[in-house]
Design a binder for this molecule. Structure first.
Ligand code: SF4
Length: 266
């Protein structure tokens, strides 16, 4: 389906939880966040219903995000249910990789096509600092498991402060070349102040060609990451929420004063 600016909207990013097993400096406040009550978070069946309604509207690309999606119990069953829906042509998931070693095979068996893994540095000390306590060894084992399981492509999401020429970013780029992984550099974003740039090596942040909608963990369809507009599937109904989000999708991002990255999944 096309929006008012003749952009074809064919991509739905789905946040399935606001929980995470890391506390990255640029995403989560030190004290953590006020987590959503369980009854507020969409059930898997509700998420599947959204995808089923979205496909006939031209959405054939689905990405599962969080928080950290692999911390939600039974995620492989959700993957299986979505993969079984005719018309899902491109099916990915974004993870911090900590649990990937134990999930990679299950995700592939459940029908996932590809994966993006967050890795901002290959320095174990710096990694622990940026993630407030993460162990990089788990991520590296997760990457190996994803390769063995046959997830393809495997993309690395590397957050940079200002440039992909920063020391950590250059080291991540070399690591990806050695490991035959694709890398994308995401400049730090600020929702409230509307700070964002186009993703290097990706399409995110390019408003003129934006093809995406987002479903938040508590059931709001958002036409734009950098905007407060949202349409509640539980009050409007799924189809109406999707249609309004497409018709009212803004030409470009401004600011988002409503969401945190933890419940919208970037
Ligand atoms: S800011 Fe909004 S319109 Fe621009 S690329 Fe992001 S989601 Fe799309």
């Amino acid at each position: 389906m096309f929006d008012c600016y003749k952009r074809e909207i064919n991509y739905l990013r789905i946040s399935i939880t606001d929980r995470c097993n890391l506390r990255c400096l640029y995403c989560m406040p030190e004290e953590g966040i006020q987590q959503l009550n369980h009854d507020k978070i969409l059930r898997y069946e509700e998420i599947v219903d959204v995808v089923k309604e979205a496909i006939p509207l031209g959405i054939d690309k689905i990405r599962i995000t969080g928080g950290e999606p692999l911390v939600r119990k039974g995620v492989e069953h959700l993957i299986q249910m979505i993969a079984a829906i005719p018309g899902v042509n491109d099916f990915g998931l974004t993870t911090n990789g900590l649990l990937l070693e134990q999930y990679a095979e299950k995700l592939v068996e459940s029908g996932l096509h590809r994966i993006n893994i967050s890795l901002d540095t290959i320095d174990p000390v710096k990694y622990k600092e940026v993630t407030r306590g993460g162990n990089i060894e788990q991520v590296l084992k997760g990457i190996e498991a994803a390769k063995r399981a046959g997830l393809e492509p495997i993309k690395i999401n590397c957050v940079v402060n200002n440039s992909s020429l920063e020391k950590d970013a250059l080291q991540v780029r070399s690591f990806c070349e050695e490991q035959h992984l694709q890398v994308r550099f995401i400049h730090r974003m600020d929702l409230e102040n509307g700070c964002f740039t186009v993703v290097e090596g990706g399409s995110g942040g390019d408003c003129s060609g934006c093809n995406r909608l987002r479903l938040t963990a508590e059931g709001k369809i958002k036409p734009c990451l950098f905007n407060d507009l949202e349409f509640d599937i539980r009050t409007l109904g799924i189809r109406e929420a999707l249609l309004q989000a497409i018709h009212l999708k803004p030409e470009q991002g401004t600011v988002n004063t409503k969401n945190l990255f933890t419940n919208i999944g970037g």
